[in-house]
Design a protein around this ligand. Structure first.
Ligand code: SAH
Length: 345
């Protein structure tokens, strides 16, 4: 049985070794080499030469390569990753508030099918899903761009694509990211951001017992406004999304992040803030307000700062924790909603 080695879990590697007449006990060592250390199969010098060659043949060429590197004045780095078929995605490295720790925003699809009116990633629709190894390759390929003394400790699935619309590959990638012998990330430091696909939310909650941090893009306080901004709301309305959030098996003392991109004249009136507060009453959430990042493909723009403040105040007075998300990497088009398909794809 062939195995997709670059995205195989230890037990799958073990089975392959058994079928190939190789020692099964090497499985964990190979998994660690490929995932924890990010080595190419040919670089697994702690296994014998013959097995190494078989592993290299089985794995085939690397999933992707870095095509472009952009550095922002605020320290954010955006990488453009090109895959074997020429498809490209973007991934972003950001500092966190804790020295030595970085956060990486990764993509899960080439393009996006959701069609949110303010987001650049969905303009040309969905080109294709990424495989688990292509999702992981973004982290492996970024390693050499992580500054000395820093380490990626947080991963946010908030780049291009809707992660729950490519759930099988995303699940496998998260399993490897959070495996102690894989990338070894803490489950609470992996955040999946979704438009709120109800079946996917149920599956994520079940498969990871609610341990994966969740961010949900609401962007409105009622269905009329949300359906206009987030077309998929016509299939999964606010009530069904909120019901799925209430059912998510969230561990004690943890909160779901509610993302709300503020767009001038569309969803920034205080009536929406009041409706949002009512919708979220009694839930373990924090609200992230994101003044819209502008890009050439959308006529929409961010409200003025005083509108953002007034909106925030309504939520705060209703007892919610609210954060206004700072814009990062806007000068290199690496901010939320600015990740786009390359002209060549
Ligand atoms: N599909 C996932 C992840 C995508 S983007 C989701 O919908 O959550 C991550 C966040 O950036 C989402 O909340 C998205 O709505 C927001 N976003 C998209 N375009 C934006 C823009 N132009 N300005 C600010 N935020 C934007």
């Amino acid at each position: 049985m062939p195995v997709r080695l670059r995205e195989a879990l230890p037990d799958e590697i073990e089975r392959w070794l058994g079928d190939a007449g190789e020692p099964r006990y090497r499985a964990l060592q190979i998994f660690r080499g490929l995932q924890a250390r990010g080595l190419e199969p040919a670089g697994l010098t702690d296994v014998g030469k013959t097995l190494r060659a078989r592993l290299a043949a089985e794995a085939g060429p690397p999933a992707g390569e870095v095509a472009e590197v952009h550095h922002s004045v605020d320290g954010t780095t955006k990488l453009v990753i090109a895959f074997a078929d020429g498809a490209m995605v973007e991934t972003v490295l950001m500092g966190t508030t804790i020295p030595g720790r970085m956060s990486q925003c990764i993509s899960t699809q080439v393009g996006c099918a959701m069609g949110c009116v303010f987001c650049h990633s969905g303009i040309a629709g969905l080109k294709r899903n990424l495989t688990a190894s292509e999702i992981l390759a973004q982290i492996h390929l970024a390693r050499v761009h992580v500054p000395e003394g820093e380490q990626v400790t947080n991963v946010v699935l908030m780049g291009m694509g809707e992660p729950l619309h490519n759930y099988e590959a995303v699940r496998r990638a998260i399993q490897i990211m959070t495996h102690p012998d894989g990338l070894g990330l803490s489950t609470r430091r992996v955040t999946l951001s979704t438009v709120g696909l109800v079946r996917g939310l149920e599956a994520l909650g079940r498969d990871f017992s609610g341990q994966i941090a969740l961010a949900v893009s609401l962007h409105a306080g009622d269905d009329a406004v949300r359906s206009r901004l987030v077309p998929v709301n016509r299939r999964h309305d606010l009530e069904s999304v909120v019901a799925a959030l209430r059912a998510y098996p969230l561990p004690a003392r943890r909160r779901i992040t509610i993302e709300y991109t503020l767009i001038s004249g569309e969803n920034d009136d205080l009536g929406q803030a009041r409706k949002l507060a009512r919708l979220l009453r009694g839930m373990a959430v924090k609200v992230n307000l994101i003044p819209m990042n502008q890009h050439g493909a959308s006529p929409h723009e961010a409200p003025p700062p005083e509108t953002v403040e007034a909106f925030r105040d309504v939520l705060v007075r209703a007892g919610l924790s609210v954060f206004v998300r700072h814009r990062r990497g806007a000068d290199i088009a690496a901010a939320c909603g600015q990740l786009a398909l390359r002209p060549s794809t």
